[in-house]
Structure formats: C-alpha cells, structure tokens
Design a protein. Structure first.
Length: 277
C-alpha cells in the first residue's frame, strides 16, 4: 500500500507528460524511481521530437504476481509517449467552457468570502463537472481597481481543479506575505482572476517563448521565480526583458537565465477573470 501511494504519484506525473512535476516530487522525496533520470531524459527527448502527451499502459508491483510477497515490493510502469494529435490522458486546459470558467470564478469568490467571514463553504454538489476532479496547477489573483491585492497558487498539480481554485483563492486573500489579510470590508471591491497552468516545458531556445502566450519559471540552486503569461503583456516586455524580470523575481542577477546551471521553463495558461468584457 505504501509503494502504491508513492508510485501512483509518479504515474500521474508521467500520465500528464509532466517531467517538471516528476523532478519536483523526486526532490521532495515524495516518489522514488531507480530510473528517474532516464525517464525524464526520455520525456524531454521525446518532446523535442514532437511528443505532446502520454498514456499509461499498465502499472503493477511485484506483490501482484501469484507468488509475490507483499511486505517488500518493486513497482513497474509501462507508458507510451505520444505525438501531436494522438489521444492523451492529461487535462487540456483549453477545453474549459465559458460556463465552466464562470463556475470557477464564483467558486473563488465564494471561497474567499466564506473564509474571511469564517463561514463554512457550501459543499460541492452533483453539478460540479467531472473534469474539475482532475489535478491541475492553478494561480488565483486578486485585484482592487486594477492593483494587485494577492496572488498565490501551485506550479505542481497536487489536487483537483475544484479544490485547487478554492484553496489558492483563500491563500491569496489571507496568506500572501506581501499584503495584509483581506477583511470583510474589502470583499465588495475585489476582482478575481484564475490562471490554469499547462505543464512546464524546458526551454532550449529563446525563440520558443511567445509573449502573451507563455509564462516563465527559472530555477537556479535553491532559488526560483515565476511570472504568469499576462505579466509580460501588461508591461509590453520583449522576450529578453521577460527573462531578466523572471530572474529578478527569483532574486537572481538579470542575466542568470544564460547560466548553464539555471533551468528555464515556459508554460501557457488559460486565464479568465470576472471583469472581462
């Protein structure tokens, strides 16, 4: 049971074709795999060759065979890496309808208002779409008259989309260290924006980055910094400025993105808010 709990986290990362999350889970000791390096190398190489998704073919452990012992087991996973156009298992964030976007925005608002008023959030009912149970990386941004009031989220898919939006909204309101916690008098003036992140891709060339479509994450040693796609558009940055500003966000020198020891990832996001025209 302990092995399955760990292994299935790894399986989910492979299912999402998400080598970034897999690396993070390994770093945190949440999963184990003797072949983790080759697995991630194969995923990155396949991506460069045009793969865009994956499918889990089977997962078993040595305790599943007829004469296997279950006190110590080894897990095995079989997966296919798939070219563009093939049927994939991972969540496609571009498939959220306008009604589903409105639902998530209402969820963010209701979650914050319930938390600030110290009330229990109404439980999810049967109308919650099934896709909202799929794990997703989400950020929720709060603004007042266009000015940032809080922004918190997760870069690793750790919970279903429904729970991720609710939790991120509450954390943005109450636990963003840059701001004092939202109080009840603030609630009417808050605007909400939800960003549902795609998987992270390792940058090979700066030409891969498209301003207005991609956000950036840089990691160097124990420091990291992330900027969402909409930030570069809001400030009219070009690609190099965007890279430098991401380094600054990570408290690194502006040109750290050029350092071979730094990893730069890019991602897209479905961004929607309650003040769209």
């Amino acid at each position: 049971d302990q092995a399955r709990e760990k292994d299935l986290k790894l399986v989910e990362a492979i299912r999402g074709f998400d080598y970034f999350s897999l690396a993070s889970l390994l770093d945190y000791g949440e999963v184990e795999a003797c072949g983790s390096g080759p697995v991630m190398a194969a995923m990155i190489a396949a991506e460069r060759l045009g793969a865009e998704g994956s499918r889990i073919l089977d997962y078993r452990n040595s305790g599943d065979v007829e004469f296997g012992t279950r006190d110590q087991v080894v897990g095995y996973t079989s997966a296919a890496l798939l070219e563009a156009g093939a049927e994939r298992e991972n969540l496609d964030v571009s498939e959220l309808s306008l009604d589903e976007q409105d639902f998530l925005l209402r969820l963010a608002r209701n979650s914050v208002e319930s938390a600030v008023k110290k009330q229990d959030l109404a439980p999810a009912d049967e109308h919650v779409p099934e896709k909202f149970q799929q794990k997703a990386a989400v950020f929720v941004t709060l603004t007042v008259n266009g000015n940032l009031r809080g922004c918190i989220g997760s870069i690793i898919p750790q919970s279903g989309l429904y729970d991720a939006v609710s939790t991120s909204a509450v954390n943005a309101a109450l636990h963003d260290p840059r701001f004092s916690p939202v109080v009840e008098i603030d609630l009417p003036g808050l605007s909400y924006e939800v960003s549902v992140l795609s998987r992270f891709r390792l940058m090979a060339e700066t030409e891969e980055i498209i301003i207005g479509k991609h956000g950036l994450l840089i990691q160097s040693g124990h420091r990291s910094g992330l900027l969402l796609p909409q930030v570069a558009s809001e400030y009219s940055w070009d690609t190099e400025t965007f890279l430098k500003q991401t380094c600054i966000k990570a408290s690194l020198s502006p040109d750290s993105w050029k350092d071979p020891s730094s990893d730069v990832f890019y991602f897209s996001a479905m961004v929607f808010n309650d003040h769209q025209s």
